[in-house]
Design a protein around this ligand. Structure first.
Ligand code: ATP
Length: 507
């Protein structure tokens, strides 16, 4: 295999942080190359350098052996480099075709040549082996197909280097399988694929080689066949990672959350959401499993007070059915939202301010706030420039740790945690899982919504499965397995009508 793009000696500093330190990365035509590392190790920075959106302080890029300089993503795209962002950049109301061609429409005598655009997109869809309907509006598509639109956008622009940033975070297991088959096919046709991910089992499954970054430096680049997930985790963190498991007997106390007859009407393409009864008791972790987009986000919003719903919600014996988030928090709720950038944090404020939100009342000395922040950052291993750095300067995983640290430190009787380990590294997952188990052991209750079945199986005392807005099945801890949960999640059509009621547990 020949070198398609070679990065040599890439160095990038953000103030005091050395995000990339003399990094070499050689991407070969026809390989899937995984890039792994802890949160803040410099993966996104390196990819941004490759995509022309970050300018390195030092280092060179060569494309097909020829030195190039990227001053913008436009230059990188012109050099055949495509990026599939973690958060899709699509127009919801546009069709698949219009999204793919947007900004690169073929024209004939100054007029958009729709016929040739349609033909090319149809040919690409076929070549990619996709089932996409080119005229479908993107808003009607599930995540896996939206992602295909993003990939087709890059291929339409003739990309033969494809960067994918955490591409499976929002996919179902089946969609992930399809994506990997497609990636392997693209690689066989000579495309160089870079996969940035925290999921080491996926690295093992799909990649040919893997580069490990640690604190801005390359630790190693190895053939995937010559390594193991444990060895990669050790290379990333410098220590052995142990998985935390809920093995302490449950001794649940009083209910800290009771949801009864909750209803959210259907909206647009989203089905109505119904929950007849769900309860979280002190000292237990109750999981909600389901594929993203099946109503989990809306259900959580209704529980925490961000979305109106009929029915009743009680937190710690206080009826909060009509209360806003603030009053629910006062009743004893902490909340780790999935979208920590938009909902969980104020990106323009400092880390210190973000850690203090909702924690203190009255007047506080800035020095005390800073000490509190420095302490929480240290205990939670938040890697950034310091308490006064802006939240927006943190890497994704470190931003998540800040939100989690703040919410856990409230020691509220009820914690609602929505995909708390999405985008965080193996070491942080271990840490967050231990913290959630400690929260349970301290006699608090956790409602854990997660797309990761392994997370629910490791931690939850009971799991409810949500499909198409309805709770279709419930499993006690002893019954939990990937097979059972996966089956309940995919048998939506069969199960939804018959088992829509969540049985009241022990009532
Ligand atoms: N625009 C920026 N301003 C200041 N610091 C930054 C900026 N971008 C990145 N950093 C810092 O550079 C370091 C590397 O960040 P980067 O986002 O590349 O890490 P990452 O490996 O992608 O992490 P994650 O897995 O959490 O996404 C981090 O310490 C981060 O705080």
């Amino acid at each position: 295999m020949t070198s398609r793009v070679r990065l040599t000696g890439i160095t990038k500093r953000f103030g005091p942080v050395l995000a990339n330190d003399d990094v070499d990365l050689d991407l070969l035509s026809g390989e899937v190359h995984a890039v792994v590392g802890e949160n803040g190790a410099g993966k996104s920075t390196l990819m941004s350098v490759l995509y022309g959106s970050v300018h390195p302080d030092a280092g060179q890029i060569a494309a097909n052996g020829v030195p190039v300089r990227f001053t913008s993503p436009g230059d990188a795209i012109a050099a055949g480099i495509g990026m599939v962002h973690q958060h899709f950049q699509l127009f919801e109301s546009f069709s698949v075709t219009d999204n793919v061609i947007y900004g690169a429409e073929p024209s004939r005598r100054g007029v958009i040549d729709r016929a040739s655009a349609r033909d090319r997109v149809a040919a690409l869809i076929e070549e990619y082996g996709s089932t996409l309907d080119p005229s479908a509006a993107v808003r009607t598509l599930p995540m896996g197909l939206r992602q295909q639109v993003e990939i087709l956008k890059a291929l339409y622009r003739h990309a033969d280097v494809l960067i994918l940033d955490e591409p499976t975070a929002v996919l179902t297991p089946a969609e992930t399988g399809l994506l990997f088959t497609s990636l392997r096919r693209l690689a066989e046709r000579g495309v160089a694929i870079v996969l940035v991910t925290h999921k080491l089992d996926e690295v093992m499954q799909v990649s040919d080689r893997v580069t490990v970054l640690r604190q801005g430096r390359v630790v190693e680049t190895v053939p995937t066949a010559d390594t193991t997930p444990a060895a990669l985790a050790h290379a990333m963190t410098g220590r052995d990672i142990e998985t935390a498991v809920n093995d302490a007997p449950a001794s649940p106390g009083a209910a800290v959350l009771t949801v009864t007859d909750l209803r959210i009407p259907a909206e647009g393409t989203r089905a109505a959401i119904a929950c007849d009864h769900l309860r979280v008791r002190a000292g237990e972790i109750v999981g909600i499993a389901g594929v993203a987009g099946n109503g989990q986000a809306e259900f959580v919003q209704a529980v925490v007070g961000l979305r109106p719903a009929s029915g009743s919600v009680t937190i710690n014996d206080v009826d909060v059915s009509r209360a806003d988030v603030r009053r629910r928090r006062r009743a004893g709720m902490a909340y780790v939202p999935e979208d920590r950038a938009a909902v969980g944090s104020a990106r323009a404020l400092s880390i210190s301010d973000n850690l203090a939100v909702g924690r203190f009342r009255g007047w506080l000395k800035p020095s005390a706030l800073r000490r509190h922040a420095a302490d929480l950052m240290e205990r939670n291993d938040v890697r950034g420039a310091g308490p006064e750095a802006r939240m927006s300067s943190l890497s994704g995983g470190n931003a998540q740790k800040v939100v989690l640290a703040r919410e856990l430190s409230q020691r509220a009787p009820l914690l609602v945690a929505e995909n708390p380990t999405q985008g965080v590294d193996v070491g942080a997952i271990e840490y967050i899982h231990r913290e959630l188990l400690a929260y349970r052991a301290a006699g608090n209750g956790v409602l854990l919504v997660s797309n990761e079945l392994s997370e629910l199986i490791a931690l939850a005392d009971r799991v409810h499965v949500l499909v198409g807005g309805r709770f279709v099945a419930s499993f006690e801890r002893a019954q939990l397995s990937e097979g059972r949960l996966g089956e309940a999640m995919t048998n939506a059509g069969a199960g939804a009508g018959t088992a829509a009621l969540t049985p009241p547990e022990g009532d």
